[in-house]
Design a protein around this ligand. Structure first.
Ligand code: ADP
Length: 545
């Protein structure tokens, strides 16, 4: 009600109807608009598709704000900008886009400097904002003449993404905005922010007395499911699509470029209309594929994470993770592209611990990030991994808790696999086995025997005898001690010991070139404590009725 009493309200509503041709505001849009018109800093947290753009596009065309003039929008991706610019022009809004480092932008820059009729919005890349002296001079000029209405930082979570993504995005430079342009309000918008990420945004941008507009990140129309990755995942995906969503639109994310090509090829062989997409393709191909997907000529995109930011297709019916995502944040961002139209959409993640290790190996090998960043990234992968192997708790609750939001699992109503499962939850006391299993790795380590995860399961259960003898694993004290456990239970025991960091694995490059890396198991950081206390080890698992 107090928002409606704002002196800005009449103008804001007039623009909503007559310029944007919309009937009503969505949650938090009006509050965001009024805050920035009042000259306050604001952070807008809204799920993908929530309508973030309007929060800065509308005030940009208002004349009554505390600060007026040009709204500068910093956005990381040219494609993303181009879409918005096109839409704004179709609404007859005067907008300029400055996204190239060469002189192509020369005319626009000249215009921005000289004409009295300034555009309402100027979209810039962070590089342009901070690496072009020309641009800086123009902005300084506008600032001196009080013609800068506000700075908008879209996809503000990039400020927090540690490591290379951060540097590549150019967002590091944004921390000077406050100092360079005092008195100009800042609006930061994002669809993903943990409280930690939020703090990083506030600090980096030196926001003061800001208005925080956040809302539930729950996406009730998304269905979450994690499936253990087995052989021929492509077949399983193809069957799913053909059965549930024939001819419908979807995205399949893979960790590696080469994988996107392989998967797309296999899906095509299964008769599906799939294309691959990654950053290694040339600009023209990427544009073409994105276009084909956008207009429905091709309905399934198999892509690396290079695909998606700025993708605005409302009827995405499924987002499938062929490999484990890099973090829960990334997972939410990526699955968030499904079901923007509000209709039911499926998010399926194929999980294998091997993929987790591949991610860790990648992080370890990355020469562009430092030790601290590596450890943060590894931790993020472990968090996703723990989410995946959890077969008890509501996934919606786990995801929302990650963003410090509470959620009552009773409201999930079976919209995640764990809540939907009718299998009974049983508790199994594996204390004795766990201890013996861990002792096995201790002995192996003492005797300088390297042992892989798969072989360790055989050794513990005493199976695959010939190979065990050949590798002398049969001489280990704990050999065969787990013979009465099923393969499945031994695997779960193993996964849980890993999750609790009693064991840890290290993926090493294969001794032979062009072979898949090999994963060896060692005692983890929590092993000493575990062996000293030998705590009870009870697994909660689901057993089919
Ligand atoms: P985000 O950037 O949060 O992912 P967008 O700003 O791209 O979302 O908006 C998503 C969609 O919702 C767009 O198609 C936009 O036109 C539409 N939209 C935004 N605000 C409103 C509104 N108040 N009423 C109707 N549609 C809206």
């Amino acid at each position: 009600a107090s928002l409606r009493a704002s002196p800005h309200y009449p103008e804001v509503v007039e623009k909503l109807r007559n310029v944007f041709r919309l009937k009503a505001f969505r949650k938090n849009q009006l509050a965001a608009i009024v805050s920035t018109l009042n000259g306050r800093d604001a952070i807008v947290l809204m799920p993908t598709g929530g309508g973030k753009s309007l929060c800065f596009q509308l005030p940009a065309v208002c004349r009554g704000g505390k600060t007026t003039g040009v709204t500068i929008v910093v956005s990381p991706l040219r494609a993303l900008m181009a879409d918005q610019v096109e839409r704004l022009r179709s609404l007859e809004i005067d907008v300029m886009m400055l996204a190239s480092m060469d002189s192509q932008d020369g005319n626009s820059m000249h215009e921005l400097r000289s004409t009295a009729n300034k555009p309402s919005l100027v979209y810039v890349t962070p590089e342009k904002l901070y690496c072009s002296d020309n641009m800086k001079a123009i902005l300084k000029g506008l600032h001196a003449r009080r013609q800068l209405a506000r700075f908008v930082i879209d996809e503000a979570h990039l400020i927090n993404s540690w490591g290379r993504d951060f540097r590549a995005s150019g967002y590091a430079a944004l921390s000077d905005i406050r100092k360079d342009y005092p008195g100009v309000p800042i609006v930061a918008l994002t669809a993903t922010a943990t409280s930690e990420a939020l703090q990083d945004i506030v600090t980096a941008l030196s926001l003061n007395d800001y208005v925080l507009l956040s809302q539930s990140f729950n996406r009730p129309n998304l269905r979450y499911k994690v499936i253990p990755k087995k052989k021929d995942t492509e077949l399983s995906i193809a069957q799913f699509i053909k059965e549930k969503y024939p001819g419908k639109t979807g995205i399949i994310y893979c960790i590696a470029r080469i994988k996107t090509e392989e998967v797309a090829k296999k899906l095509k062989a299964h008769g599906l209309n799939a294309r691959h997409f990654h950053a290694g393709l040339n600009d023209g191909d990427r544009k073409r594929i994105q276009q084909q997907w956008q207009n429905g000529e091709c309905n399934i995109i198999v892509a690396t994470v290079a695909f998606g930011m700025g993708v605005d297709k409302a009827d995405v019916r499924f987002v499938i993770h062929f490999d484990v995502p890099e973090s829960v944040d990334a997972y939410c961002q990526e699955t968030g592209r499904a079901g923007r139209d509000g209709k039911v959409a499926d998010c399926i993640l194929y999980y294998s611990y091997y993929d987790v290790q591949r991610r860790i190996l990648r992080i370890n090998k990355d020469t562009e990030i430092d030790v601290v960043q590596k450890s943060r990234k590894r931790q993020a992968v472990h968090t996703v991994s723990a989410f995946c192997i959890n077969e008890i708790d509501c996934r919606r609750m786990l995801l929302l808790n990650h963003f410090t939001e509470k959620f009552d699992p009773a409201s999930c109503n079976g919209t995640c696999d764990n809540c939907a499962s009718t299998d009974e939850v049983t508790e199994i006391d594996l204390t004795t086995y766990a201890t013996q299993f861990v002792i096995m790795f201790q002995e192996a380590q003492d005797r300088c025997m390297k042992i892989t995860g798969a072989l360790s399961l055989h050794a513990f259960r005493g199976t695959s005898k010939q190979e065990m003898t050949r590798r002398t694993y049969d001489t280990l004290e704990s050999f065969g001690k787990g013979s009465s456990l099923s393969t499945d239970l031994t695997k779960r025991l193993f996964d849980n010991l890993i999750a609790r960091e009693v064991l840890s694995t290290e993926l090493e490059e294969a001794p032979v070139p062009n072979r898949a890396p090999v994963s060896y198991v060692y005692l983890g950081p929590a092993a000493d404590d575990f062996l000293a206390k030998m705590p009870s080890f009870v697994l909660k698992i689901r057993c089919p009725k």
